[in-house]
Design a protein around this ligand. Structure first.
Ligand SMILES: Nc1ncnc2c1ncn2[C@@H]1O[C@H](COP(=O)(O)OP(=O)(O)OP(=O)(O)O)[C@@H](O)[C@H]1O
Ligand SMILES: [Mg+2]
Length: 239
């Protein structure tokens, strides 16, 4: 199993936002988390990514504990362990978070040269391969402001994938895309999963969720209220 989250609780300023969320993901599986605004979707993702600490519960990623409950107290990964765990994780943010002063190629190679200490030549080779696969081979030297929304997103995806994460998370990947681009992103995500990457998506887009997901998890008020496959979801949507 790639991800096992068990009994996650999180409160902000006395307000319980996650009330015992459990979630599992396997390699090659595409899971979407859906639910109303404020339900706690982004918070779950941020806890799994190690960007937020949960108050209670256990998170196991690729065999490594991000946090665990032991005799009622929380044991959290050390900084060094967190650094290692993060190597298994990738995140594509809703507004892409590209570095505006860097070119497309530099945005994608940065982690390889800085974190993985790869040579520039090797990093360029790896980045160009993935950018070409995402149809961005002719934009290598452009800056983010010169790109369309869909192109920026491809760069963000390339940047997250270039380090070969085992679990790739997307927060609202279709929010800024028109329907043709949504079909492209469905294909891109399915291709990544075919290679064995686990994919976790937060989305409001019902059609996209139905088209892309193997499993759909519904979160309401900090609690998971349904966990179904895409056929079961389609039936509910048709009803
Ligand atoms: N850093 C924070 N400080 C205080 N409250 C927060 C913080 N982050 C989230 N919350 C609160 O937690 C609740 C859940 O937020 P979250 O962002 O997880 O919702 P969401 O399901 O992603 O919603 P949306 O669909 O609108 O993005 C909200 O009530 C929000 O106000
Ligand atoms: Mg959110």
């Amino acid at each position: 199993m790639l991800l096992k989250a068990d009994g996650l609780c999180k409160s902000f300023g006395g307000k319980d936002v996650l009330k015992g969320v459990s979630l599992e993901a396997n390699p090659g599986e595409i899971i979407s988390i859906i639910g109303k605004s404020g339900a706690g979707k982004t918070t779950v993702l941020r806890c799994i990514m190690g960007l937020e600490t949960c108050d209670k519960g256990t998170i196991l990623i690729d065999g490594k504990y991000l946090c665990m409950e032991e005799n009622g107290t929380m044991v959290r990964a050390t900084k060094k362990e967190l650094y290692e765990i993060r190597k298994s994780l990738g995140m594509v943010f809703q507004n892409y978070h590209l570095f505006p002063h860097l070119t497309v190629l530099e945005n994608v190679t940065l982690a390889l040269t800085e974190v993985y200490k790869m040579s520039k030549e090797e990093a360029d080779k790896k980045a160009i391969k993935i950018l070409e696969r995402l149809d961005m081979g002719d934009k290598l030297n452009n800056k983010p402001f010169e790109l369309s929304g869909g192109q920026k997103q491809r760069v963000a995806i390339a940047r997250s994938c270039v380090t070969n994460p085992k679990l790739l998370c997307f927060d609202e990947p279709t929010a800024a895309l028109d329907s043709a681009l949504v079909m492209d992103i469905v294909k891109i995500i399915r291709d990544l999963a075919k290679d064995g990457m686990g994919i976790l998506i937060i989305s409001h887009d019902e059609k996209f969720v139905r088209d892309v997901s193997d499993r759909i998890v519904v979160i309401e008020n900090g609690v998971i209220t349904a966990d179904m496959n895409s056929e079961e979801y389609s039936k509910i949507m048709r009803a």
